[in-house]
Design a protein around this ligand. Structure first.
Ligand code: APR
Length: 174
């Protein structure tokens, strides 16, 4: 999918190894690390990451905060807190959309031209993959349409075949 200078695509693999200007972390509200992609990013970035995170004072669901990337190839890590899935009628779609919007706004602030984003909330937080993928692609497309020259590449990073299938389907229909 292409808008202005921006290519929006899915890419399979482990986000901590990928060469983006910024990567997004699916964090929790403490910002002090956890399992899933959060754990992988903290392990790969090294111990200085959590020291910087401690200074941020946590993060609310749907919000995003930036740190340096430390030992990662990425220069910046954008930490966002996705909604825990509670059936879909507790504002989860809007909160998930906020994660993508606020993460892209942080990337623009840091002049990050390439951004890798994992499938926020679809692991431990239990958000259904297809619904999350559609919200992700709709939100990113809308943001890029409003900011057509802000990025070169936004990649939806898929850690397994299921995620790849869901995000490719979402990219097809949006
Ligand atoms: N690279 C890319 N994607 C990954 C990686 C990785 N190294 N590891 C996991 N993922 C994928 C998962 O397969 C899932 O599709 O990231 C997506 C999000 O899953 P989680 O990491 O479980 O995140 P989330 O569902 O948002 O739950 C957040 O989990 O890790 C804790 O501290 C975190 O409490 C927070 C909660």
């Amino acid at each position: 999918m292409q808008f202005g200078t921006t290519t929006i695509e899915s890419v399979a693999g482990n986000i901590v190894t990928m060469e983006f200007d910024a990567i997004v972390n699916a964090a929790n509200s403490s910002l002090l690390g956890g399992g899933g992609v959060d754990g992988a990013i903290h392990r790969a970035a090294g111990p200085d990451l959590v020291h910087e995170c401690r200074l941020l004072g946590g993060c609310k669901t749907g919000q995003a905060k930036v740190t340096r990337g430390y030992r990662l190839p990425a220069k910046w890590i954008i930490h966002t807190v996705g909604p825990v899935w509670r059936g879909g009628t507790n504002g989860e779609p809007e909160q998930l959309a906020d994660c993508y919007r606020n993460s892209l706004a942080c990337a623009v602030e840091k002049r990050a031209r390439s951004v890798g984003i994992p499938a926020i909330s679809t692991g431990i937080y239990g958000y259904p993959l297809d619904a999350a993928a559609n919200t992700a692609v709709e939100t990113i497309s809308a943001y890029v349409k409003d900011n057509p020259d802000a990025f070169d590449r936004i990649a939806l990073v898929c850690f397994d075949d299921n995620a790849t299938r869901a995000f490719d389907a979402a990219l097809e229909v949006n």
